[in-house]
Design a protein around this ligand. Structure first.
Ligand code: MN
Length: 498
């Protein structure tokens, strides 16, 4: 099921590249720097590894120019961030006013126009034009002194790893940009008594930008009831194309009406979310007044088209899934809401089964999902329709955002998703099996010590490095459990955390 967000969804978003310099070396030198910076911007813009358009904004040489550009960047709706390059010594006092007002993320690209020293020809003119070794430090000093969050990328601008790092940062900047005007709709409150899915929505809006707003189920039911039978018919054609439908769901089948109901719910929810320009939503199986069944396939399909989702009122995970989907736009491998459900504790082969009651995003599989109907066993409603599949294998990440009362923490674990040892014939939900990195006991011990939730954002498209950049942009406490992690260090790191 290849769906999901693509870069076309963000084709109007851009990064601004600016170079810092000064007048000490004369107009000729500045002319050359302008041309060099333009070439760097043009090159990065054309590189597929950096998914956003890069707009060259010139060489800045005065405090007033810099402050003016920063104010312009703040108010430019499509500017997701800045790439800042010091070709030479740009006395950093001239950056103070601008950096103090800048609200957009920036990366300090510590590069030099010329890649190699021309040993036989190098003279002082060359030195003056290729002097970021000097200028980058001056700029770094003032950023550190101002206590600014920023990414520093070091290396020649044409080098593959530099472009990759820029790409990762660009994706994090895009997700951050997306989060600033995001609104998450909650249908019902939290599932009763659950702690980790709770949190301070006001603080989330202050810290992360997105707004979380609650709606009564009646608001949604009104939209669902407005869906016409003709719209349902055409939606069923889509289902026929996209899935392998269980016989009882087919027009002559005993549960065909449940599939029609699911289509009605999907269309109603979609219209509700579109009209309100929401980017994510939550549901709660305890509060379904007016809905006949818990939305299953409906939620799965909405997630596949780019909405963030959290079950049981989990708005933090809904917003995180949305951010992860934006970061992953156009990359192969899907992204979903996930739950750490059941363990396989066979000695030497510990594994986790990831699933949820219904709501796993079909972007996680290349196969055609089966659409089935089964009882939910909780909630006391009609049997819900859901897409059932086994997720594609390979490296992936799980991420959890928790609220510790006085701050948020993002915890990320790299995992290796593998094939189930045997067929799961009776499991009526989408599922996957993964091995946490570096090993089960290290990862789970650290995850639990750090307070990581059972709900996560799961992605086959992203690596920990994407979420690390996102946490840095958001200035959110971050713990990463990867193939290189060791438990004693993780334990010490968690103890040191605030
Ligand atoms: Mn759950």
């Amino acid at each position: 099921m290849a769906m999901g967000l693509t870069l076309d969804n963000f084709s109007d978003k851009e990064l601004w590249l600016v170079a810092g310099s000064q007048h000490l070396y004369g107009e000729e030198a500045l002319k050359e720097v302008r041309s060099n910076a333009g070439k760097i911007a043009e090159f990065i813009d054309s590189e597929e590894k950096v998914p956003l358009a890069v707009k060259y904004q010139g060489v800045l040489t005065t405090s007033a120019e810099i402050a003016a550009l920063m104010r312009q960047a703040n108010s430019a709706e499509n500017c997701a961030g800045l790439i800042v390059w010091m070709h030479t010594f740009s006395p950093a006092r001239m950056w103070i006013k601008g950096l103090k007002v800048l609200h957009k993320p920036f990366v300090h690209l510590h590069t030099q126009y010329k890649r190699e020293i021309p040993w036989a020809e190098i003279d002082m003119d060359y030195m003056n034009i290729n002097q970021s070794a000097h200028g980058g430090r001056e700029f770094g000093y003032i950023c550190t002194r101002l206590g600014l969050n920023r990414k520093v990328i070091v290396g020649h601008w044409q080098e593959e790893e530099v472009l990759k790092e820029l790409g990762v940062w660009s994706r994090a900047a895009l997700a951050w940009h997306d989060s600033q005007d995001a609104e998450i709709a909650r249908f019902g409150d939290n599932m009763r008594r659950v702690a980790v899915t709770e949190g301070d929505k006001v603080e989330a809006e202050i810290k992360l930008g997105y707004a979380v707003n609650g709606f009564g189920l009646g608001d949604l039911v009104e939209y669902v009831n407005q869906v016409s039978p003709e719209e349902v018919d055409s939606q069923l054609e889509t289902y026929q194309q996209d899935y392998s439908l269980a016989p009882e769901l087919l027009p002559a089948g005993s549960n065909h009406d449940s599939l029609r109901e699911e289509a009605r719910v999907e269309l109603g929810m979609r219209r509700f979310l579109e009209e309100g320009s929401f980017k994510g939503f939550t549901t709660n199986f305890e509060t379904l007044h007016g809905l006949k069944q818990l939305p299953g396939l409906a939620v799965q399909r909405l997630m596949a088209s780019g909405y963030g989702f959290g079950a049981e009122g989990d708005w933090k995970t809904a917003a995180l899934v949305r951010a992860m989907k934006v970061m992953a736009a156009g990359l192969s491998g899907g992204t979903s809401f996930m739950e750490q459900y059941t363990y396989h504790l066979e000695p030497g082969s510990y594994q986790v089964l990831g699933a949820h009651m219904l709501e796993v995003c079909p972007t996680l599989t290349a196969e055609t999902p089966a659409v089935e109907i089964h009882p939910l066993d909780i909630g006391g409603k009609a049997d819900p329709v859901r897409a059932v599949f086994t997720a594609d294998t390979g490296p992936a990440v799980n991420a959890s955002l928790i609220d510790l009362g006085d701050h948020f923490r993002l915890i990320v674990n790299e995992v290796e998703t593998v094939s189930p040892k045997k067929q799961l014939k009776k499991l009526p939900v989408a599922r996957m099996i993964w091995k946490p990195q570096p090993d089960f006991k290290t990862a789970i011990t650290a995850w639990i010590l750090a307070g990581g939730a059972h709900h996560t954002g799961y992605s086959r498209a992203l690596q920990a490095r994407h979420l690390r950049e996102f946490a840095r942009l958001a200035d959110v406490e971050y713990l990463e459990i990867t193939a290189d992690s060791q438990l004693p260090e993780l334990e010490r790191e968690i103890e040191r955390m605030s």
